[in-house]
Design a protein around this ligand. Structure first.
Ligand SMILES: Cc1ncc(C[n+]2csc(CCOP(=O)(O)OP(=O)(O)O)c2C)c(N)n1
Length: 804
């Protein structure tokens, strides 16, 4: 037993052995006390919501022992004991999280942006550069959707495989030591029903990556029993086919009871060795766990657990069982009682400190605004009303920040016709306070460092005097070739990306040149292709995840939206995953080959740049830009553009397409026409026809939908033409409505418009198959011509006579 207690070489003396066990017991009871007091804090109204790790303490002690510097965890909201055991969570921080303290020093996980129980460690320095991740324990920022920790877990584990096996990568660096790091996952038994779980399990078995996944099994998912979740009510039972054999690769699977401290340590030791040395994935099914306080503070478990179950849970509580075991082996209860008493005292003190720390700044601010209101009231004709507001605020013993700001804003309404120095001071306070809170709640969606993608300057492609014209896919391919030789940390993977060099041959021959790990085929599993990318990007690699067609991005959209798009925001800029997602779309035909749900994508992916290059040179430039930056992006290449002719630049891998910059591709005087991607070709064709009838349109390529036109160039064109048409092949109210909102509200175009702005889009359904399906579903050159002509007819009916 003594040897099993530690993963170190060092053999323990009896005293050390006892000390370590008692230390562990102490962590477990401190964690439990946090859960108990945490629930009370919510029920008494000091915190909004609580979800705790009670009943899951003991296995997390064992996991913590096997977890080494450089390792990663991708888990969920039950893991507070583990966090305490690896010294990444104190009781005070636990309560700061519960109170949503916005000071990152007090609440280092999300600075109050996430609910308690969602953990993080910082992988970035303040300037956005990487820390040395081998000198710390790494927690990829938790998210709430069940099983969404799984796709990222795959990538975190795969990074170790890359660092060990890709010859171009340094074997020892800030991110890895020869790929010895394990990615540890945790998940609840009920959440294993999710597709993400099964997709990840299969992919990790195929890829053979060092991933150890613990399933915390308490038989329930909120109120729903395992009989409704899992075939045979046992995840290890049904995953038996994944067990590796002598001649077939697969998983090592362990089953262990969650209250059996010594067995757990043994199992985690074995799992660690297998995953670390052999790069074999491991599943640990931890059974017989409990949930003493029920799922969360939202309800009580007496509603759905019967008497027998409740009785069983109290008898099999993992801490109670550990305690009985300790008393049995050390024959002494006194030390245990002291530990329990101390834990109660210490946690209670930590809670008070966290609360005072959280509240004191708000109270100080409350005093400040009350003083200002007193001053302003003294000078005001509406003194009584302002004093009433002031007194109401002064009566609030536990104020929220919104109480302060809201009172100040309301009092300004009474002061609207008055002028005084005191009113100016009040306005100054409102502005300052709003700015501070804006930092707390509305920043770090994108990089705020020098490497932000929008800071990368344009480098134009250079051409030979007698330029070489090639199929456009060659521009991409040769640019990728340059990228792979210049950036050793770049990897690309997707369905058919490896052997055949993608379905349009933009990667032709590159697997042969750069190897099967750097240019890789994957299974058909979009969510985990994205997850691979997120995890590897979090560990310092520069993955490009390829989604074969834009329509199938929907399978990966949830993880892009919930995980990648929120990463910087939910960590206040303390973690990043500069993943590039490559896909192709637009101008295809058929319900599932239409390729343009851009509005849906833009709205779900705030936090990821959305780039829609009109040709392959622009696309290649975007890849080059992004590799100079540290931000995630989605690039949608034009499916019907690969065989069109483009000039081959000389400065491959070097030229860049700027992000957030539109481009005027034809000047004109009558109407500003904004489009992007493949419809631009149609707009150009329609434009030639419009010239024949003396209509001169100005064509602008949006280029990047998010961010759109940072320097407000479109408004300059509208100032000249006074008319606006937006054309795309998304549904009505899709990306065109988004662009219109940007131009009307952000760029304030209303003042310059002489005609109603027009959007020309596809029909409100998905496009039918075939060329006729396309013609009758999506905007054609005829639709564009007529839309623009009719607009000019309204302007000058005599000059532009009605067509029909
Ligand atoms: C995708 C998704 N669906 C539903 C929920 C709501 N939800 C939160 S926790 C939970 C139950 C999870 O049970 P289990 O995986 O067994 O973990 P436990 O909480 O019991 O540890 C549910 C349904 C969610 N967070 N995400």
């Amino acid at each position: 037993m003594i040897e099993k207690l530690t993963t170190s070489e060092h053999k323990l003396s009896y005293q050390e052995f006892k000390k370590e066990i008692l230390e562990d017991y102490k962590i477990a009871v401190i964690s439990r006390e946090c859960s108990l007091l945490g629930r009370r804090e919510v029920l008494t109204g000091k915190a909004k919501f609580g979800i705790f790790g009670d009943g899951k303490e003991v296995p997390q002690l064992a996991l913590a022992k096997a977890f080494k510097n450089g390792d990663w965890r991708s888990g969920y909201y039950r893991d507070q004991t583990f966090m305490m055991a690896i010294n990444q969570l104190t009781p005070q921080q636990f309560f700061a999280g519960l109170y949503a303290h916005t000071d990152i020093k007090a609440e280092p996980y999300s600075a109050g942006r996430q609910m308690g129980g969602h953990f993080t460690t910082h992988t970035l320095q303040d300037d956005g550069s990487w820390k040395n991740l081998m000198q710390q324990k790494n927690i990829s920022a938790d998210i709430s959707p069940t099983a969404s920790q799984m796709p990222r877990l795959l990538g975190l584990a795969q990074a170790s495989k890359m660092y060990r096996n890709v010859k171009e990568l340094k074997k020892s660096n800030r991110f890895s030591n020869n790929g010895n790091e394990i990615a540890w996952g945790t998940i609840g038994n009920a959440s294993t029903s999710e597709g993400h779980f099964f997709e990840t399990i299969n992919a990790a078995g195929v890829l053979q990556v060092p991933m150890v996944i613990s399933v915390w099994d308490d038989e329930f998912g909120i109120s729903v029993h395992a009989e409704h979740h899992t075939t045979k009510e046992s995840i290890s039972e049904i995953l038996k086919g994944f067990q590796r054999t002598e001649d077939k690769k697969g998983y090592e699977i362990f089953v262990v009871n969650g209250w059996d401290y010594s067995k757990l340590i043994d199992v985690y030791n074995q799992a660690s060795t297998i995953a670390r040395t052999e790069h074999v994935p491991v599943l640990i099914h931890v059974k017989e766990l409990t949930q003493p306080q029920g799922h969360s503070t939202s309800g009580s478990h007496e509603r759905y657990k019967n008497k027998e179950r409740l009785q069983w849970e109290s008898e099999n509580d993992c801490i109670a069982k550990m305690k009985a075991w300790i008393i049995e082996i050390f024959e002494n209860e006194e030390e245990i009682i002291t530990i329990e008493k101390d834990a109660k005292r210490d946690v209670s003190a930590a809670k008070r400190t966290a609360w005072n720390d959280y509240l004191s700044t708000i109270i100080d601010d409350q005093k400040e605004i009350i003083t200002l209101l007193d001053k302003v009231a003294a000078k005001s004709n509406h003194k009584t009303f302002i004093i009433k507001l002031r007194n109401d605020l002064a009566d609030v013993k536990v104020p929220l920040k919104k109480d302060l700001l809201s009172t100040a804003r309301k009092s300004l309404v009474y002061l609207r016709e008055e002028h005084s120095e005191e009113k100016l001071q009040l306005i100054h306070w409102i502005t300052k306070y709003s700015k501070e809170q804006n930092y707390n709640y509305n920043t770090h969606l994108f990089s705020e460092n020098k490497n932000a993608a929008t800071n990368i300057k344009e480098v134009k492609p250079i051409y030979k005097a007698h330029h070489v014209v090639v199929d456009a896919r060659i521009v991409l391919r040769d640019n990728f070739d340059a990228i792979f030789s210049q950036h050793k940390d770049v990897l690309i993977f997707g369905e058919d990306s490896g052997k055949i060099g993608d379905v349009n041959q933009g990667l032709e021959g590159l697997q042969l040149k750069y190897g099967k790990l750097r240019v890789a085929d994957t299974g058909i599993r979009e969510a985990t292709i994205i997850g691979q990318g997120i995890g590897m990007a979090m560990r310092g690699l520069r993955p490009i995840a390829e989604i074969q067609y834009l329509d199938y991005l929907l399978y990966g959209l949830q993880i892009l939206s919930d995980d990648l798009a929120t990463l910087r925001y939910r960590t206040l800029g303390k973690q990043k995953a500069p993943l590039i997602v490559r896909t192709r779309g637009h101008r295809l035909e058929g319900i599932w080959h239409s390729g343009s749900p851009m509005g849906a994508i833009i709205h779900l992916l705030r936090g990821i740049y959305i780039l829609t290059p009109r040709n392959m040179t622009k696309a290649a430039g975007f890849y080059n830009t992004l590799l100079k930056s540290d931000e995630p992006a989605l690039i949608v290449e034009n499916l019907n553009g690969y065989r069109l002719k483009e000039r081959l630049p000389l400065n491959l891998g070097q030229f860049t397409t700027p992000i957030g910059v539109v481009e005027t591709i034809k000047e004109g005087t009558d109407i500003t026409v904004l489009s992007y991607g493949a419809t631009l070709k149609l707009v150009e064709e329609a434009s030639s026809a419009l010239e024949q009838v003396a209509i001169h349109i100005e064509i602008i390529d949006a280029q990047t939908l998010f961010p759109f036109d940072i320097d407000h160039q479109v408004i300059k064109s509208i100032e000249k033409t006074n008319r606006l048409v937006i054309i795309d092949e998304d549904v009505p109210g899709g990306a065109s409505a988004y662009l219109l909102d940007q131009i009307i509200n952000k760029q304030n175009a209303f003042q310059f418009l002489d005609s109603k702005p027009l959007t020309i889009t596809s029909k409100s359904h998905r496009p039918a198959y075939g060329s006729d399906g396309d013609y009758f579903s999506k905007p054609s050159t005829d639709d564009i011509f007529e839309g623009i002509y009719n607009l000019m007819h309204e302007v000058d009916p005599l000059k532009y006579q009605k067509l029909y």
